[in-house]
Design a protein around this ligand. Structure first.
Ligand code: XMP
Length: 516
């Protein structure tokens, strides 16, 4: 176990991921956790992350010196590097020399940390203060124009640090430097693999649910619930019942994927609730986005609850269904301040919500995993690519991609257009380059067109291809013209109700990814 101490600048999650990419298990802890508590977890090493402040700012987070006398190896990055310098008796200058963004660094001595790294390379910096003198016993390894001490190490003591952010993609050789610290200075063995996690989680779930316990898992069609369900299915077999509420707002083929592919891969018992009519009736005459979302959320909970009651009632004599499976991921845990005890950044709750009057114990087999790890575990468990590589899709489905009232006919039009767009994106090999591409039907808009000799009066669709890292911000994706052309030609030829294809070129902000 390696602990990443979070100084609150959102770098900690990325660092934790990079450590795991180096095949060493990592967890994030908040900077105000007492050092004794951190050490009680028995970490093989501790990494101090970057942070937003100057070490001299009022109320700037600091670190108890006990961290450095425990014998545990420590690596500091950016803010963490400066804390380390100060805590061990070096000096940090508030000299006004700032470095932001891509910065050339010069290596004077490679030591263990920078072994084999090119003497000149570019790294990503973001700092105001600089370390002007390394602590006693440390070798200074690198410098930049504005920073005399940009990297140091004391291999005997197990300490090292860099002023830059080796975890970000723009820092060249960052991963290798991190690996040098983990493997060669902290002596952490690179033994943690996806195969281990899948097996470990199956074991854990088995232990939690016991020999006779029964569980329910709601499948959304998305990656997280599918992988969580697959783990639990492997652990307890037919004592798990999966529920899929088909609200009729899914894309073409998606419900079949759950019904066929998920069951084929996991052998899980699946209850499919066909609720299309119920949802469409409830949505009739409604155009307002928020109202639509509320209706879909409400109907979803109702349907799920009803299915749940049926399953509870049908449980064999003498058994109860006491467990509910949730696909909660590590970032949700960190952000809601539970798990590792991180500060509350935002309160997170799962879409769909849970009835409060039914008592379940939660089973959350993905609580320690990042999204890309969840995909890898899913693949390991035999789930097909169409499930584990699926792009994000909103819970309210196509209901919020039809601008105007949602009807069966409009859903069918959008489903066809969307299927063509997805097919062409896959064919062009672009699935991994974009975050997602909603296709939106402007159902209340009509425009005049011409096809053959005839005038048409049809609807426009909007393609909304975006790139993003976390959906909080996004940029519009510059798709190749040939791909846009194929999508446009095919949609207008194959979907008679659509006579125009447009592309949304708005970033987020100011636009959101979805249109509603
Ligand atoms: P926006 O439109 O807010 O979307 O930029 C950000 C990301 O969230 C997805 N999204 C949702 N996901 N339930 C979900 O599970 C929802 O109600 C919902 N609304 C938006 C959206 O597809 C994008 O990835």
């Amino acid at each position: 176990l390696v602990l990443v101490v979070d100084f609150g600048a959102q770098y900690a999650q990325l660092i934790a991921r990079r450590v795991r990419e180096a095949r060493v298990y990592s967890e994030i802890v908040p900077h105000d956790m007492p050092v004794a508590e951190m050490l009680a977890k028995g970490p093989k090493a501790i990494i101090l992350s970057g942070g937003p402040s100057s070490v001299y700012a009022d109320g700037a987070p600091s670190i108890d010196r006990a961290m450095f006398t425990s014998g545990t190896p420590v690596f500091g990055m950016c803010y963490g590097f400066q804390l380390m310098a100060l805590g061990l008796g070096g000096t940090v200058d508030n000299n006004g020399a700032r470095e932001y963004g891509r910065t050339p660094v010069t290596i004077g001595e490679h030591g263990v940390l920078l072994e084999g790294i090119p003497a000149q390379h570019n790294v990503w910096m973001s700092h105001g203060d600089s370390v002007s003198q390394a602590p006693e016993g440390f070798s200074v390894l690198a410098s930049t124009e504005g920073t005399p001490v940009a990297a140091f190490e004391n291999v005997e003591a197990g300490f090292a640090g860099v002023q830059w952010h080796p975890e970000v993609m723009h820092s060249e050789h960052g991963q290798r430097i991190l690996e040098h610290f983990l493997w060669n200075i902290a002596k952490c063995a690179p033994t943690w693999t996806i195969g281990n996690i899948a097996e470990e989680q199956v074991e854990r779930v088995r232990a939690q649910i016991g020999e006779t316990g029964r569980a329910i898992c709601g499948l959304s069609g998305g990656v997280d619930s599918a992988v969580a369900g697959a783990i639990v299915a492997k652990a307890i077999g037919e004592r798990l019942t999966c529920v899929y509420v088909d609200h009729g707002l899914m894309r073409k083929g998606e419900s079949e994927q759950v019904e066929r592919d998920f069951v084929a891969a996991t052998g899980a018992k699946l209850v499919v609730v066909d609720a299309e009519k119920q949802f469409l009736d409830a949505l009739a005459g409604v155009s307002d986005p928020e109202t639509k979302r509320k209706i879909i959320g409400r109907e979803f909970i109702r349907t799920f609850e009803a299915a749940q009651s049926d399953i509870i009632e049908a449980a064999p004599e003498g058994t109860t269904v006491g467990f509910l499976v949730q696909g909660t991921l590590y970032p949700d845990v960190v952000e809601s301040g539970h798990g590792a005890g991180a500060a509350t950044i935002k309160s997170h709750h799962n879409v769909g919500g849970l009835p409060e009057d039914i008592e379940f114990e939660l089973v959350e087999p993905l609580r320690t995993l990042f999204k890309d790890e969840v995909r890898a575990v899913g693949a390991q468990l035999g789930l097909p690519d169409v499930i584990v590589q699926r792009q994000p899709f909103p819970g309210p489905g196509l209901g919020i991609r039809i601008i105007g009232e949602v009807t069966r006919e409009r859903l069918d039009i959008l489903r066809e257009a969307d299927a063509i767009a997805r097919e062409e994106m896959t064919r062009a090999g672009l699935d991994h380059d974009i975050w997602q591409m909603p296709v939106v039907l402007l159902a209340d808009v009509r425009s005049v067109g011409v096809q053959g000799d005839g005038r048409t009066y049809g609807h426009p669709v909007v393609l909304r291809p975006v790139t993003s890292e976390d959906a909080m911000t996004a940029d519009w994706a510059r798709l190749p013209y040939e791909v846009l052309e194929r999508i446009s030609t095919r949609i207008t030829n194959e979907v008679p109700e659509v006579n125009r294809v447009t592309v949304d070129i708005t970033s987020k902000p100011p636009g959101t990814i979805e249109w509603e």
